[in-house]
Design a protein around this ligand. Structure first.
Ligand SMILES: [Zn+2]
Length: 183
């Protein structure tokens, strides 16, 4: 299988998988056991992104990466809004292993102010939402620059979500032992 494990040391990132905790849109842990995993192409791009972030004095903090289909079904049952959750019948790019949700933290370990939290499914999470202060816009542009230069593209409705282009080159991976979902 083409998924590789992302570990904090080799990639110089912080990993806090939100769906392994209750701090997510489902309000409960969705992953019973989880490692951070990505398609190898996305892993290569993430390593580049991490290097760029480190050059600027920041560290990437990852909230989610590969996501099994069963988890996508849970999120769709909580929020069936295709602006934020992919219709399970179409498949999420997280399930292809090519999408990653993340933010930037500074040298003291503080996350940069992005204006909203992760998984805040409102207009304020959209890129170029005009009512955030300049510092928030700067922080988002910093993450955007790091990720785009590394080969990812943004999603208009979620500042934290980045994915590789050409999704159709990457088949869905419905389940994988690296991430298991509560039944
Ligand atoms: Zn995402």
């Amino acid at each position: 299988m083409s998924l590789v494990v992302i570990d904090e040391d080799s990639y110089q990132v912080i990993i806090e998988l939100a769906y392994a905790t209750a701090q997510n849109i489902a309000g409960r842990p969705v992953y019973t056991q989880a490692q951070c995993a990505l398609h190898r192409d996305a892993a290569v791009a993430l390593k580049r992104a991490s290097e760029y972030a480190q050059m600027a004095g920041f560290t990437l903090k990852i909230f989610d990466a590969y996501r099994p289909q069963a988890a996508q079904d849970v999120f769709w049952s909580v929020l069936d809004d295709p602006r934020y959750v992919s219709d399970p019948s179409l498949g999420s790019n997280h399930t292809r292993g090519i999408a990653v949700d993340l933010t930037l933290v500074d040298h003291t370990g503080q996350p940069l102010d992005m204006g909203t939290g992760f998984d805040d499914m409102h207009d304020a999470s959209h890129h170029l939402y005009p009512h955030h202060p300049p510092q928030v816009q700067q922080n988002r542009f910093l993450l955007l620059g790091v990720m785009q230069k590394a080969g990812f593209k943004p999603l208009a409705t979620e500042w934290w979500h980045y994915e590789l282009p050409d999704r159709h080159r990457y088949p869905l991976i419905p389940s994988h032992p690296l991430v298991t979902v509560a039944s």
